[in-house]
Ligand binder design. Sequence first.
Ligand code: HEM
Ligand code: HEM
Length: 158
Amino acid sequence: MRTTTGYSSAQILLHWGVALGVVFNYFVSEGMGRALDQNLGGEAVTVGVASWHVWVGVAVLVLAVLRIVLRLTRGGPPPEPGLLGKVASAMHGLLYVLILLVPALGALAWFGAIDAVGEPHALLANVMVILAALHALGGFYHHLVLKDGILRRMLRPA
Ligand code: HEM
Ligand code: HEM
């Protein structure tokens, strides 16, 4: 894959857009199990947050696809050398899989009426948020302890 000196403004915008959507949907999800039962049972959905959860989640899916296409075509900066760089790259790979898989499973449950994928969706959403929190801690470690400007790579286009 092409290596660059940094991320473009579109890549940075997409990174923070996806992060915001993921965090929003994690907290705005209570009652979604009941909403799914109502939706699949053909009843009116009375869970107020359901449409927010569904549409913000669909937006995350679209932005994640754009993000991955851009990463593959435009490239990105190389990982740091050594074990820390390998761990960070593996974490990024996992996060890319999860920002696609989690909303896709949610959409399959909701629009595809496949009840059985509702639970894996909720479980993997929790895994994704835990990994994203570790990833963010890594970012702050770079910024506050290593002071190597890595966090700035996701703030200033280059
Ligand atoms: C970034 C994306 C998303 C995140 C972080 C996320 C997170 C969550 C979480 C944490 C739950 C568990 C809620 C609970 O049990 O109290 C949940 C449930 C659910 N979500 Fe999402 N979600 C996302 C995207 C979507 C999308 C795109 C849809 C549908 C188009 C969706 C539909 C559902 C449904 C139907 C449930 C209930 C599943 C069940 O209990 O069987 N989600 N989601
Ligand atoms: C749900 C939340 C998040 C997700 C899914 C996510 C996902 C990702 C992914 C997949 C990459 C790899 C980019 C590439 O292809 O090179 C990345 C990079 C990065 N993320 Fe996040 N991220 C999230 C939240 C955060 C937060 C809260 C921070 C703040 C500390 C952060 C800081 C960074 C930084 C600094 C990079 C660039 C790393 C580098 O250049 O080596 N991310 N993120």
